[in-house]
Design a protein around this ligand. Structure first.
Ligand SMILES: Cc1cc2nc3c(=O)[nH]c(=O)nc-3n(C[C@H](O)[C@H](O)[C@H](O)COP(=O)(O)O)c2cc1C
Length: 324
């Protein structure tokens, strides 16, 4: 299937694996790229720019297909060494970067100077237009359903994607709530050029996370995510657990007087404990509503092949029959 996204990125299938903290290691990125999609290493999961350089080199030993690196701009006072991470990306010969979290304008000159294709992930049409105006090559439009940070506007993809299609000139993929062939075909129908998946890729054989995480996603339904940190305007969609319910109780009690310090113990340093140690109640970790559509742990190749084969059947069968 050729779309503007497969052409832009030089990949076989219009399927991207979004950056995921403590999930997006070389093993997963390479598996997705080897299966014909675009795998993405999560930059900030690597403690230092040197660690990222080593992770990029490791990914090269696992695939000779294109892969990307995610750069998330965090709302923190003490910023990570972004210039160092960008240097590691450039010197590592990475051709594709997924930016997220904030306007990438500051980093566009250096990324473009090195011929890097930039996909910016955002949750509103106005942010997408802004990113387009500073020269990003593509967008990843993250609907309210998504795992991670859905923003503060709460527009689900059924509205957000056609709005994006009406406004944007550059190619874009649908992100948030994407799980299977139905998601892909619907996204294409709504005007997107492909899909970006997070949560679905965690429940795969190659995702280098503790089995408890995969089992938690299988056990979860679409009712089991919660929005935390909304009072701090840093909303995150997470899987509910004891720590999340405690966090929400604190938010209710403190109301507008809440500060990050009040909830830090439920959100700081949580990812390695959940993803690597399998301590499922360690704190709040991102998970999409799409968990309700995830019922197995296939290999990445099986997952992508299944999506592509069933998508073609859906288009040539059900939809063609309806049109006829
Ligand atoms: C566990 C987890 C960690 C994530 N970490 C990041 C991150 O560090 N940076 C980022 O840009 N997006 C992150 N995301 C968002 C994903 O890249 C993707 O946009 C989102 O998962 C799409 O929604 P879905 O989960 O419904 O597929 C994360 C998502 C999950 C589930």
């Amino acid at each position: 299937m050729k779309t503007r996204i497969t052409e832009l990125l030089g990949i076989e299938h219009p399927i991207i694996q979004g950056g995921m903290h403590f999930v997006g290691f070389a093993e997963l990125a390479a598996a997705v790229s080897n299966a014909g999609g675009l795998g993405i290493i999560t930059g900030l999961t690597q403690k230092t720019p040197d660690d990222l350089a080593r992770e990029i080199a490791r990914c090269r030993t696992l695939t000779n297909k294109p892969f990307g690196v995610n750069l998330t701009f965090l709302p923190v006072v003490e910023a990570p060494d972004y210039p160092g991470y960008v240097k590691a990306i450039v010197e590592g010969g990475v051709r594709i970067v997924e930016t997220a979290g904030n306007n990438p304008a500051k980093w566009m000159p250096i990324l473009k100077e090195h011929g890097i294709t930039v996909i910016h992930k955002c949750t509103t049409v106005r942010h997408a237009l802004k990113a387009e105006s500073v020269g990003v090559d593509a967008l990843s439009i993250d609907g309210f359903e998504c795992g991670g940070h859905p923003g503060e506007d709460d527009i689900p993809n059924m509205i957000l994607l056609p709005r994006a299609a009406d406004e944007l000139k550059v190619p874009f993929v649908a992100s948030g709530g994407m799980a299977d062939a139905r998601s892909l075909v619907a996204a294409l129908a709504l005007g997107a050029d492909g899909i970006n998946m997070g949560t679905r890729f965690i429940a795969t054989k190659e995702a280098p996370v503790h089995d408890n995480v995969k089992q938690a996603i299988l056990a979860a339904t679409e009712l089991d995510t919660r929005l935390v940190m909304r009072p701090l305007r840093n909303t995150e969609r997470v899987l509910t657990n004891a720590a999340v319910e405690r966090l929400l109780a604190t938010e209710r009690t403190l109301g507008a007087n809440i500060s990050f310090a009040d909830i830090a113990k439920e959100v700081s340093g949580v990812y390695p404990r959940v993803m690597l140690d399998g301590d499922m109640d360690a704190g709040a970790w991102s998970c999409g509503m799409v968990a309700g559509l995830i019922h197995d742990i296939p290999t990445v190749q099986e997952l992508i092949d299944r999506i592509m084969q069933e998508a073609k059947r859906l288009i040539a069968g059900r939809l063609a029959n309806l049109a006829a």
